[in-house]
Design a protein around this ligand. Structure first.
Ligand SMILES: *[C@@H]1O[C@H](CO)[C@@H](O)[C@H](O)[C@H]1NC(C)=O
Length: 367
């Protein structure tokens, strides 16, 4: 049906599109939704690894202070429910999964409200505060990246028990895998604690992290993953917390951090090309969010924002997690006027704009 519509639109567009459009729309809306969903579902599942940019609630059940399963987090999520997403609403994997026709939100693997039946169409192993470096996840006692992979192996076993080997292997092979992490390695570890800074220059540290990324992707590939989208760093020097601490720079963006992010992303692109050449069935793509977020930050009013320097939550300068309290009268009422939700994380609106920017590339690559 979709092919037919595309074909019709192509051949009739110049002269007849205005006449035909209402008819085509009628045909499209009268397809029963279940059939439409099945037809537009491009992958059987979306499987997520990373940090708070994509965590949907794994930190709720581990012993860390880095949590967000309380209001005002989630106040614009379905039902106004806090889930453990570091946002007022949804995070990019939710938007991407929806665009691929899979589901509207990706449940966290450790969330007891969901089971293997839910996880068969999408599962998140991400943990807020984690990084490529084991030393980063140690800082706030969150799930290290290697442990995310251990949980994924456990998931594969459960999936095969639940659906049988053949169906499970199909899901594992055809699923879209999303990776998004790296910011914490620099902002929570390298630039905060002396250990890594005495071992590595920042360039060497980038290479150290990308070495871990390479091993991780090779292991994931060996476990059966094929379709992989990797998001590197955003302009992390413009996060409200980094502006707030840029005292001698008049609270502007920290340019050094942004340069480190750009350098890291360029090396990540090289790594992705190399792995695509070396691993014959791998289809890895860079889902680079730097440029779109940079544009939002430089021209916020173009996107309908009123505030880019300070976050919605509390004073908007340093608060996140437990410091981001529902009781704070300073917390904004309309998060969609803000680029950032808390001192470290974008609002749902920003996540949506970034996702809408990445989705066409992903759909084209994994169609
Ligand atoms: C991180 O820790 C795990 C578990 O101890 C270990 O297997 C892995 O080699 C470590 N990674 C690095 C890069 O040191």
């Amino acid at each position: 049906m979709k092919q037919f519509i595309k074909h019709m639109v192509r051949i009739t567009y110049p002269a007849l599109s205005w006449l035909l459009l209402p008819a085509l729309l009628t045909i499209m809306v009268t397809i029963p939704t279940s059939e439409a969903n099945r037809k537009t579902s491009k992958v059987p599942a979306v499987i997520v690894f990373g940090d708070s940019s994509v965590d949907s609630g794994n930190n709720n059940v581990i012993l860390t202070v880095l949590k967000s399963n309380f209001r005002p987090y989630g106040r614009d999520f379905e039902g106004g429910q806090p889930t453990g997403r570091f946002c007022n609403g949804r995070v990019p994997p939710d938007f991407i999964a929806e665009a691929f026709g899979v589901k509207r939100s990706i449940p966290a693997y450790l969330d007891p409200a969901f089971d293997i039946d839910d996880f068969a169409t999408g599962v998140c192993f991400a943990s807020a505060g984690t990084g490529y470096d084991n030393a980063t996840s140690d800082v706030l006692n969150v799930i290290p990246l290697w442990k995310e992979l251990e949980l994924y192996k456990e998931y594969q076993v459960k999936l095969r028990e639940h659906l049988g080997v053949e169906k499970a292997n199909h899901i594992i092979r055809e699923a879209l895998y999303l990776m998004s992490l790296g910011t914490n390695d620099f902002l929570e570890n390298y630039y905060i604690f002396p250990t890594r800074r005495t071992q590595f220059t920042v360039t060497q540290y980038q290479d150290f992290l990308l070495g871990i990324a390479e091993n991780f992707i090779r292991e994931l590939y060996a476990l059966g993953a094929r379709k992989l989208s990797i998001t590197g760093l955003v302009p992390m020097g413009c996060l409200p917390l980094e502006r707030a601490t840029n005292i001698f720079g008049d609270h502007a963006c920290n340019d050094e951090y942004n340069d480190v992010a750009l350098g890291f992303n360029a090396k990540l692109e090289n790594l992705i090309s190399k792995l695509n050449r070396h691993l014959p069935q791998l289809k890895a793509v860079s889902a680079n969010a730097y440029d779109i977020l940079d544009d939002i930050i430089k021209r916020p009013s173009t996107y309908g924002y009123e505030e880019v320097e300070k976050a919605c939550c509390s004073t908007g300068t340093f608060e996140m997690s437990y410091l981001c309290s529902d009781k704070n009268p300073l917390t904004c009422t309309d998060a969609s006027k803000y680029v950032f939700w808390d001192a470290f994380h974008p609002t749902e609106k920003t996540n949506q704009i970034v996702s809408n920017y990445l989705i066409p590339k992903l759909l084209a690559y994994f169609r």
